[in-house]
Ligand binder design. Structure first.
Ligand SMILES: CC(C)(COP(=O)(O)OP(=O)(O)OC[C@H]1O[C@@H](n2cnc3c(N)ncnc32)[C@H](O)[C@@H]1OP(=O)(O)O)[C@@H](O)C(=O)NCCC(=O)NCCS
Length: 253
């Protein structure tokens, strides 16, 4: 196992200081943090049937599994902190582990060359409930860059992400466990496959037309503009009717 030498990244704004760092003993992730920001409780154990919908690790095995990933592979998560408040994370695991544990989306993919050097992004969470002040400050970017840097330094050749939406409805991706493809493309990920999600144009218009109290005014306005564009047929079908698989090569195999 190669060691990773990068320092934590500190992001300062207003009177706030956020630290983005690899998961360490200060907190081994023991639950989905979709309800972040929150203060982790040490010794907290989920019920067996509680799951993160993408990782599918039984709730009462979550902490041990994350610790196993960390101890076996060097790490499995980047976490953003404001003091003792956990703001968000990116969780990534070796593809072989994702297959073995039947994590979401892996059932539909054939094995391919280099899988033993491939890492899979399994979950992203970041201030999904509240925490508006932390958004659009570069924290999501810092987490993604640290994961890519860690993967490069520790010998992984590829990073893959499955079941990513187009990001047509930016406000809604706050409710999704995976940022949209436009976010990942900023870091050099490319689309390697797409799957129809059986959404009709009517469904797409209804979804984007729904009111969501979590959305900001700007997001609401943006959704209305998208709704009109959908009604006028200005947005290609690919953007509202497909999920995407993406990959980034770190070095040749
Ligand atoms: C996607 C996400 C990681 C962005 O985090 P962030 O810290 O607000 O984003 P950043 O400030 O680092 O921005 C990174 C890039 O994404 C873009 N971006 C971020 N939010 C965006 C939005 N709502 N619309 C369009 N672009 C956006 C930024 O413009 C930026 O690009 P740039 O660096 O080229 O300017 C975050 O919104 C997220 O995790 N969402 C999932 C929420 C969640 O937890 N859901 C429940 C999980 S169970």
């Amino acid at each position: 196992m190669k060691t990773y030498s990068s320092e934590p990244k500190v992001i300062k704004f207003d009177d706030t200081s956020v630290t983005v760092k690899m998961m360490d003993d200060s907190w081994i992730i023991d639950q989905c943090i979709g309800h972040s920001p929150f203060v982790p409780k040490q010794g907290y154990v989920w019920k067996h049937e509680d799951r993160c919908t993408r990782l599918l690790i039984p709730g009462d095995q979550y902490e041990d599994t994350m610790r196993f990933f960390r101890d076996t592979y060097g790490n499995a998560a980047v976490i953003a902190w404001d003091g003792n408040v956990a703001l968000g994370h990116i969780i990534f695991v070796p593809k072989a582990e994702a297959r073995k544990r039947k994590m979401l989306f892996h059932e539909r993919l054939p094995a391919s060359a280099g899988d033993d050097k491939t890492l899979v992004v399994e979950a992203v969470a970041f201030c999904s409930i509240g925490g508006q002040k932390y958004r659009r400050r570069g924290i999501g970017r810092a987490m993604a860059e640290m994961m890519i840097d860690w993967a490069s330094q520790t010998g992984w050749a590829k990073i893959q992400i499955f079941g990513v939406t187009s990001g047509l409805f930016p406000g809604d991706w706050m409710d999704s466990c995976m940022p949209p493809k436009s976010f990942w493309q900023k870091f050099g990920f490319q689309v390697i496959g797409q799957t129809r999600v059986h959404k009709s144009l009517r469904d797409a218009i209804d979804i984007v037309g729904e009111d969501n109290p979590r959305h900001s005014e700007a997001e609401r306005r943006q959704k209305q503009e998208i709704k009109v564009q959908l009604q006028q047929g200005l947005i290609p079908e690919e953007e509202w009717a497909y999920d995407f698989d993406l990959e980034k090569s770190l070095f040749k195999i």
